[in-house]
Design a protein around this ligand. Structure first.
Ligand code: NAP
Length: 286
């Protein structure tokens, strides 16, 4: 649909944004459903977030997404935030209703929906999660709220270890999931945890782009294990290639990206994104 005088604006704020998939996903969905909306990407850093938000309010924008480095920086400018966004201290979607801004996190919802779409059900199961950054904590939060029984987070024992421990304690307190933090360097502990788990998730940057390394020894994989990488480029990281070779079930991060967008789309339009159409239109190259 060509933008009209009535067209509702949605957009992405962050830096960089030029290679984002979100404009293609949302604009193709609006067009397919005949919705009078448009989605743009604005390259904005932390220094300009207040001005950007003021402008979006003035322009009667319907809502916006946030990507790096703004998922936390946006929080002081919101009127309200969802429980999940509070728990992981991250907002990637904002809805504007009559000038009032509500922040949500749809990264974890997108992750859990992507698993469901593949037929992988992890309710009541144990998860081993590598990393405790923005993406990993969003995934942990939604997995805990959706009924995963235990999450064991493995991360480097560095200055952010304490922060991860307090995130885990708070999430355990606010869900029925036991969340603990372990030192990634302890490979015996990691091996035992994976042995107890239905799913192992890489939420670190290791394996991204040209990095051909994996944090998990290949002998830790087994046939009935789900091995999941939040990374979508490359589509098969070294970890996923090893897991595939060992016969495990694998899933990369691209459908997390799709389903986090679908959850934002629903918040803005109250309509379901045409998932199969968007898979074909925007994600069919691999
Ligand atoms: P982030 O907040 O910077 O967190 C990065 C995490 O990776 C931290 O826990 C960090 O550990 C860990 N890490 C980095 N280098 C490491 C290394 N050499 N060894 C062990 N751990 C290491 O980044 P993020 O936004 O969470 O992104 C993480 C990954 O998720 C990226 O690859 C990104 O592409 C992907 N992602 C995917 C989606 C999607 O929709 N599929 C969405 C968001 C992000 P420390 O805590 O020790 O520093």
């Amino acid at each position: 649909m060509i933008p009209l005088g009535t067209t509702q604006l949605t957009c992405l704020l962050g830096h960089p944004v030029a290679h984002s998939m979100s404009p293609a996903m949302h604009n193709n969905s609006f067009k397919k459903l005949g919705l009078d909306y448009t989605y743009l990407a604005f390259d904005i850093d932390e220094n300009h977030i207040k001005e950007a938000i003021d402008a979006l309010k003035l322009f009667n924008c319907r809502g916006f997404n946030l990507t790096m480095p703004l998922k936390q920086a946006v929080i002081p400018y919101l009127d309200e935030i969802s429980d999940a966004a509070k728990l992981c201290n991250s907002v990637n979607t904002v809805v504007i209703d009559n000038g009032r801004l509500t922040g949500h996190t749809t990264d974890g919802i997108g992750y859990m929906d992507a698993l469901k779409d593949k037929g992988y059900i992890i309710t009541g199961k144990v998860m081993t999660l590598l990393g405790a950054g923005g993406a990993a904590t969003s995934v942990a939060t939604q997995a805990a709220l959706d009924g995963v029984s235990e999450i064991r987070i493995f991360k480097r024992n560095n200055s952010s270890f304490i922060k991860a421990v307090s995130f885990a304690e708070n999430l355990s307190k606010n869900s029925n999931c036991l969340v603990s933090v372990h030192d990634m360097a302890d490979l015996d502990d990691l091996g035992e945890s994976i042995n107890d788990s239905a799913i192992v998730v890489n939420g670190t940057n290791v394996g991204m782009g040209s990095d051909n390394t994996s944090l998990i020894p290949i002998e830790f994989f087994r046939k009935d294990l789900i091995v999941s990488d939040l990374i979508y480029h490359p589509s098969k990281t070294k970890m996923l290639l090893d897991a595939e070779y060992a016969g495990s079930k694998i899933i990369n991060g691209k459908y997390m990206l799709l389903f986090q967008g679908a959850a934002a789309f629903k918040l803005w339009t109250n309509m379901d994104m045409p998932i199969e159409y968007i898979k074909e239109k925007c994600f069919s190259e691999d």
